[in-house]
Design a binder for this molecule. Structure first.
Ligand code: SAM
Length: 354
């Protein structure tokens, strides 16, 4: 068996266990880890909650196979159900397992270190590889296809919204010019193209292509749309007292999580109303004040933790019917890929990943 603890270090592990496991005290309580990865968090939840069962979802089959191996070797396999799916299939995953509610749901968004370090998947500018970037290798959209097919406007929007890249337009224009004579197939080609476009006087710290790679990865995998569709499904399937705990690494992810949680943390009545009708009272209670961040010691040991924002809520009462219906609608929102999403624009995204 590999030593999985050296491949990927789970971020804010103690805080996550502290926030998730109080919901798992009942015998047979179910926690869903929507981003199982190498099961670093998942094994810690099971170790801390001997009565609980865990459903682990991941869209990456390789990660799933490693997680299964780890669960077996740590003796948790009888309490563990692996599921190969994207987490926006949350509802159908539960239906397939004949579950209507669960006690806790955890998400640790983004890529695992395994994926970042894998040289042949094109996630990273530091290795020359085909421009693939799919977390689920069964889907057809790849980074190469985006670079070959998207219009200059659409490419510009992606680089600007998801990467906060100042030179989005120039980079998009150069991609379109270059692809007329030579297809962009490898991460080195893209890295060199960005390097040639971004003026030396305006470079951020690190590799100038970092933001473009991040933006492409978010687009290839539809990460923000999937997240926005998943959170309402989760809320509608939490039992009362159930907990939702999410770690984000990109400002737009964190904004999505925060805005979603705020809907249930505040009363939905006009300000100044003397009495809040019971049905309008908040249905979430906060588990975190603002977002928890990693401290300097963790950042030193694990650079990936530098951008983490951890938030959690508990479902304090049944979700009012009108919110349930709204969450159902929100979970069916079409995939907007690169279209400007509610309340988001280039100026409010921050580069948190890779
Ligand atoms: C940061 S890693 C999780 C690491 C894990 N917490 C651990 O400690 O080992 C994120 C994982 O989520 C998976 N993932 C990302 N987006 C997903 C999605 N939309 N649906 C399912 N899995 C997803 C990735 O494939 C990756 O394995």
């Amino acid at each position: 068996m590999s030593d999985y603890t050296t491949i990927h270090q789970p971020v804010l592990l103690r805080d996550c266990v502290r926030l998730v496991t109080p919901a798992l005290r009942e015998p047979g309580a179910v926690v869903v880890d929507c981003t199982l990865g190498l099961a670093g968090h998942a094994t810690a939840f099971l170790a801390a909650s001997p009565q609980a069962r865990l459903i682990g979802i991941d869209r990456d089959e390789e990660a799933l196979a490693m997680a299964c191996d780890r669960m077996r070797s740590e003796g948790f396999d009888s309490r563990f159900t692996p599921v190969h799916a994207a987490f926006d299939d949350f509802e159908s995953v539960l239906a397939g397992l004949r579950l209507s509610t669960v006690a806790a749901v955890f998400m640790d968004l983004g890529l695992s270190s395994l994926q970042i370090d894998e040289k042949d998947r094109g996630f990273s500018y530091s290795h020359d590889a085909p421009l693939d970037m799919r977390m689920d290798t069964g889907q057809s959209l790849t980074a190469e296809r985006i670079l070959a097919e998207y219009s200059p406007d659409r490419l510009t929007r992606i680089f600007r919204s998801y990467g906060e890249e100042r030179f989005s337009r120039r980079i998009a224009t150069e991609i379109v010019r270059r692809r007329q004579t030579e297809p962009l197939r490898t991460s080195r080609q893209l890295d060199e193209l960005v390097d040639a476009v971004v003026p030396h006087s305006h470079r951020p710290a690190g590799n100038p292509a970092k933001r473009v790679f991040q933006a492409l990865r978010i687009e290839v995998n539809g990460e923000l749309d999937k997240l926005a569709r998943t959170l309402p499904q989760i809320a509608n399937h939490l039992s009362i007292g159930g907990r939702l705990v999410v770690e984000s690494y990109h400002s737009l992810e964190d904004k999505t999580v925060k805005a979603f949680m705020n809907q249930g943390l505040t009363s939905d009545v006009p300000a100044g109303l003397p009495v809040i009708p019971p049905d309008s009272r908040p249905f979430f209670s906060p588990l975190t004040r603002g977002a928890i961040k990693a401290d300097a010691a963790e950042i030193e040991k694990n650079a990936r933790s530098a951008s983490v924002r951890l938030r959690g809520v508990e479902l304090s009462r049944g979700i009012p019917e009108r919110w349930r219906r709204r969450f159902e609608r929100d979970s069916r929102e079409p995939d907007a890929r690169a279209d400007t999403r509610r309340g988001f624009n280039a100026s409010n995204s921050t580069d948190h990943t890779l």
